[in-house]
Design a binder for this molecule. Structure first.
Ligand code: NOJ
Length: 558
């Protein structure tokens, strides 16, 4: 019998607090709202909640720009609310994982205010300051939200680095005092009773020696030099230090957000013996439909199933026995999965959402469900850019349409519909009352029009809903060790319509078959003697005939 760590058998649910549940009518979700909804998450059966940032922040990037790590944003509540949330969650056996955003702070953080005040300030070296080079930026790096990654400070006549917005200056991890401050903050939160950390862009904390130019960007590239700036020379040293000083002292869950990683990198970050993190979020499958014209995620291309299978299979195969996968379809930065990889039409939304859930939840790793995914929430297609709030979306529109004049506005709107982060950030749809039961006030971001039919209340009254399907998947993971430990084997990797794989242990086998199309597909997969249908998104089984978006799982063995 393989002995698993608890976090290998767990299912995580991500809450984006701003959009989850408002309790005081200001149109912004808050911590008391989350507390009200904890029983709902208990009913779903997840065991861990990942909270996107709730810290003090001027909200240039919705809380990913933190101005005080030890304070709660008043819009979200108080520290007492946080303590109550942790305690109620623990009574329900739910763990709380906090978002740790330490590649950068807000420019309104006390450290940055000090740092900016003079070249000789003791905090100057907490950030990355450089002299101009020939009157220009120190190098050609670009911010992930568009434009240069450097901002000139008139007072002190130097540039500071910001890989995200200019209100998110990058911290200088080379400074041991800064590192210790971060570790102290982490320990402080652990003393408040939290159970883990999701670490924001943690593989960006170590910058390339000498900050060399990125050979792949030019002035018109849109967005990031992420791949170039990621995985710098000291990142593993810093994470091992963090592990030694903080993480290893606690029985917690950790996951690092790591853009631009390969499976070889993953083995270093999240190898079973690497003493860094327990798992990472890789990005390959979420970049599968990126623009072929160098516009990054700003595209409206439909993904190809064969590419998806190749990526996910590579991650399953390469990490097996060596490191641990995270499994996710979407989060607060990615479009809704049912719209992206499934079919959000009235006819196929439920079927395809269940098909996607099945495909992911039978893989090896720790699954992450993003709020609303469990009821099949969809993208929004708002006609005007003025309806969007996300800094990344607004900057990209401005850059590509207004400044570079590279994309026509109508075309850009199709990209926005396809890729904007606001697709995932529209308020949670609780019921069919005004504003979907999210708020009595004016929601900070529009509610998706389809809330009258797609909502939690409706899902809970219908045993055949996507919600109960997820509940079943979560429960099966607890009951069947093969889902955690079975060997993954892809069948027919070049099949453009059907995703079929097995999970195999010494004495049992799962066969997972998913039709990713709206057409009937006929495939023959021989079944083992005694194989039983364990799960399906249709009422009956038609053997080799796979109906639109049909997904089924057979189990054989003991
Ligand atoms: C990744 C986060 O998920 C995203 O929302 C944020 O904008 C960037 N990191 C910067 O913190």
């Amino acid at each position: 019998m393989v002995k698993n760590n608890w976090w290998q058998k767990t299912v995580v649910y991500q809450i984006y607090p701003r959009s989850f549940q408002d309790s005081n009518g200001d149109g912004i979700g808050d911590i008391p709202g989350i507390i009200q909804r904890l029983p709902y998450l208990k009913e779903l059966g997840v065991q861990v909640i990942w909270l996107s940032p709730i810290y003090q922040s001027p909200n240039d990037d919705n809380g990913y720009d933190i101005s005080d790590y030890r304070k709660v944003l008043p819009e979200f509540g108080t520290m007492a609310d946080m303590q109550e949330m942790i305690s109620v969650a623990h009574q329900l056996n739910l763990k709380i994982m906090m978002d740790l955003v330490v590649n950068h702070t807000s420019d309104e953080h006390e450290w940055f205010q000090q740092s900016q005040s003079s070249i000789n300030n003791p905090y100057r070296d907490y950030y990355i300051w450089r002299d101009p080079v020939a009157g220009h930026e120190p190098n050609n790096w670009l911010s992930d939200f568009g434009g240069s990654a450097w901002e000139f400070d008139v007072k002190t006549q130097q540039y500071y680095l910001h890989l995200f917005s200019k209100k998110q200056p990058d911290l200088n991890w080379e400074n041991p005092k800064l590192r210790q401050e971060i570790y102290d903050t982490m320990s402080w939160w652990l003393r408040q009773g939290i159970d883990g950390f999701r670490m924001d862009v943690i593989n960006l904390i170590s910058k390339q020696n000498g900050l060399p130019n990125d050979p792949d960007v030019n002035a018109n590239s849109h967005g990031s030099s992420m791949t170039f700036v990621a995985n710098g020379p000291n990142v593993h040293q810093y994470l091992q230090e963090m592990n030694l000083k903080v993480l290893s002292q606690h029985d917690i869950i950790t996951v690092g957000e790591t853009p631009g990683v390969t499976t070889a990198d993953a083995m270093r970050y999240a190898g079973f013996n690497s003493n860094e993190l327990q798992m990472i979020f890789q990005f390959e499958h979420t970049e599968i439909d990126n623009s072929r014209e160098g516009l990054g995620k700003w595209s409206d291309e439909r993904f190809k199933l064969v590419d998806l299978k190749k990526i996910l299979s590579k991650w399953q195969n390469d990490l097996e026995g060596k490191a641990w996968n995270s499994l996710y379809w979407n989060n607060h930065d990615r479009p809704r999965v049912v719209s992206r990889f499934g079919n959000d039409s009235q006819q196929y939304r439920v079927l395809s959402a269940k098909m996607l859930a099945t495909t992911l939840h039978f893989m090896q790793g720790t699954p992450y469900i993003y709020q609303g995914e469990e009821i099949g929430m969809t993208n929004v297609n708002w006609p005007s850019i003025s309806q969007y709030r996300d800094i990344d979306t607004l900057n990209a529109f401005d850059d590509l349409v207004n400044r570079q004049k590279r994309v026509m506005p109508e075309k850009m709107m199709t990209y926005v519909h396809h890729s904007s982060r606001d697709n995932a950030r529209t308020p949670m749809q609780w019921d069919n009352t005004k504003n979907a039961g999210f708020t009595n006030g004016k929601p900070w971001l529009g509610v998706n029009d389809n809330y009258a039919t797609i909502n939690v209340a409706q899902s809970l009254t219908n045993q055949k809903s996507i919600f109960y399907f997820y509940k079943k998947l979560i429960a099966l993971r607890q009951q069947m060790p093969i889902i955690t430990n079975g060997h993954y084997q892809i069948l027919d990797i070049d099949d453009e319509s059907v995703y079929t794989y097995k999970r195999i242990t010494k004495d049992s086998e799962l066969l997972i078959i998913s039709n990713f199309t709206d057409q009937v597909q006929t495939r023959h997969y021989p079944l083992n003697v005694g194989a039983n249908l364990l799960l399906s998104n249709y009422e009956d089984d038609q053997g080799d005939e796979l109906r639109p978006y049909e997904s089924k799982v057979y189990f054989s063995g003991i």
